[in-house]
Ligand binder design. Sequence first.
Ligand code: MSP
Length: 528
Amino acid sequence: MKQRFYVTTPIYYVNDSPHIGHAYTTIAADILSRYNRLQGKEVFFLTGTDEHGQKVEKAAAEKKRTPKEHADIMVDNFRNLWKRLNISNDAFIRTTDDAHIKSVQGLLQMLWDRGEIEKREYSGWYCTPDERFWTEKDIVEGNCPDCGRPVDRIHEENYFFLMSKYQERLIKYIEENPAYILPDTRRNEVLGFLRNNTLGDLCISRPKNRLSWGIPLPFDENFVTYVWFDALVNYFSATRYLVPHPENAKLGDFWWPANHHLVGKDILTTHAVYWSTMLMALNLPLPKNIFAHGWWTVHGKKMSKSLGNMVDPNAMVEKYGVDALRYFLFREVPFGLDGDFSEQALINRINTDLANDLGNLVSRFIAMAEKYFGGAIDIERIDAGASREFEEQCAYAHMNVHRKEYWSHLQFSLMLENIWAIIGEANNYIARKEPWKLAKENTDQLKIVMFNIWNALRITALSLYPFMPDTAGKIWIQLGLKSLVDEAKQYSPEIFEWDWKPSYEIKVSKAEHLFPRIEIKDKNKDRG
Ligand code: MSP
């Protein structure tokens, strides 16, 4: 049976306008999915939207829509963006899906029957916009410690998931499974938090008279489910009805547990603590990994509607193209750390890495191949006695691109650095070998050099595919090969080796330059 790989993104609040923060997590999941598919695994890549709660209810009322009507309109902001960003998700879950609702209710009933949920009198400080309770010591001068807005004192009865009793078990689990929470700094933060604080129980209901837009508790109609309980369950509920061959899910052939839950650092606690203990109480296996990535700021500031500094991925794609944006986000900052987004930095990456290093290499190579041999590449050439220095350097960088630890620790920027090492080697090789001289002096040697560059570009295209699928596919075709995805699947794993050769003749062909340079007008000049 094929190996399986299941990766998730958070489900995004349907009411929000997508920005580069959302795009970031989703592209990361796309990179992992494309890579694993190419390696011949059966992949399930899940994303979707979080549609219940007060904010949706309010926004819908303002627009004179029902919450569901509102969600049905808003969800397209995400769906369309994912199409535009070339996201290859296998499913899109909405928490308003009937099957999801039934799943949440089924799990709640199970927890209730097992005595994992209790009804209690509760009072606390409540931040309405954030839909969050705070304790006395959390609040700052009567305001929410998170958003700074005033909090209200609320007394009510509610249902609690008895999370506190899992504290020790969770600590032990994280200690024994070093890759459960990554990166390590985040793992240490979670461990520190769990060791130094007493975990409370988790309020998982909201009275219907305060909030009606939610999933009713199966054992008490007067309450709806707290959004996070509803939302976290998506990762599991999707494995019952959205996976390939859902009929198998019923037979117990589950996709669960996920290989990676990708989340931003702000929602690590909900995943590492709430979700993990919920799964423990349900007797379900825990995901193999929760990876918390950093945040993008703009000029050092948090992106926010009120500051008007949200970066719209649609606009970036419009201006610079999908692959340039995908590349920039994962090359500029190691996944896991915070980064600052600026168009200038994006333009610099396009002009140097993409236009200069990669784009020029491809177009120069094709032009030479056409000039010297009418585009034909002699793939049977091997350089018998000569040193294999170039091949070895490329093979070393290529091995790094595929390093298991990089992929298990989501070190995307290191993979890209190594791909650029191959590109750099190829550029140096051309400078060293001077094909224009060989064309006059030694065409046999020239054929070998041209084959080696061709092969380095073939390996580059394969390696780039998860990050820049469009560009990789275009390079593949220019190299005279047939179809990157089909051939990679058909000839995996040999196709990833330096020595792999196609079984047909190769003729390269020119196309448009992959990444034209972006000229920026010098503002100072305009001023004269
Ligand atoms: N609905 C919840 C998630 C439920 S998952 C069971 C939610 N949604 S969200 O739309 O607000 O955020 C989704 C993701 O976007 C989070 O992982 C968050 O970290 C990420 N980002 C939001 N702003 C970001 C940046 N400025 N930079 C990077 N990622 C950021 O939370």
